[in-house]
Design a protein around this ligand. Sequence first.
Ligand code: B1M
Length: 225
Amino acid sequence: MDKQDLFRRAKDAIVDADEAKALRIIEEAKNAEFDLLDLLLSGFGAGNDEIGSLFDRGALSLPELIYAAEVMKSVTNTILNLLNENERPVPEKRGRILLATVAGDVHDIGKGIVASTLRTAGFEVIDLGCEVPVETIIEEARRYKADIIGTSALLTSTMTEQKKLEKLLMETGEKESFITMVGGAPCTPRWAKKIGASGYSEDAIEAVKVALQLMKEKEEQEKNS
Ligand code: B1M
């Protein structure tokens, strides 16, 4: 199977909003034992980026963007379900992480992928969904005794919610009680540092590495205190 050809066809399926074609490509890749996460992030993901820039340039209308995004969502769910089917039980839980897309933001495709890679790595993930106010995020983090609060923001206008979360944690005296992680396309390591978040990751694979590292640091701190 030619990887470049497969990725090109996956990209086209998203740009054309052709769900049947996308599902056939997944089936084909599965039968060829191809890395489905790679197909999702680099193949279908490239289609998602393309529709984003077409929309940005005014070459795609909002209903067309919504339609293509629904195909991407279906593709994401199909691949994540297939990956979870093959998930091997992890002997010990690595920590509990609460995930949410911030208030005013409906983008949840990337967060869903992050949730899945974290689960596969052995984290217990509580996914609060999208458009979640910071007050609710903190209440739920307390209720579940989360180790990590992870927020996703895809709009430059909603990134400020991540800052609001850090501020509220400082005000309630809970900044030291939770590790915080931020992600989403407009976020950067510089943004994470500026707002005082504990960690940042660019993608779902890196999110696992960062979460494991932050948990290790937390355990070491607890041992030394
Ligand atoms: Co919207 N949208 N959208 N959109 N949309 C963007 C983000 C945009 C860049 C498109 C563009 O104009 N080029 C633009 C934002 C501009 C900006 O603010 N700078 C935009 C806009 C403007 C809008 C609307 C305002 C459009 C309108 O109504 N006029 C509107 C906003 C609605 C709202 O939220 N209130 C809107 C709506 C939508 C849809 C509903 C149609 C749909 C979302 C469907 C859904 O998610 N259920 C949609 C989509 C699909 C996109 C694009 C095309 C793709 C986003 C995506 O799913 N990417 C996007 C353009 C783009 O990004 N290329 C765009 C794929 C996903 C796998 O990547 O989410 O980045 P991503 O997640 C990655 C990493 O970021 C990281 O790991 C993930 C996997 O590797 N990551 C984390 C994410 N969260 C993390 C958390 C972590 C760690 C890593 O730790 C906690």
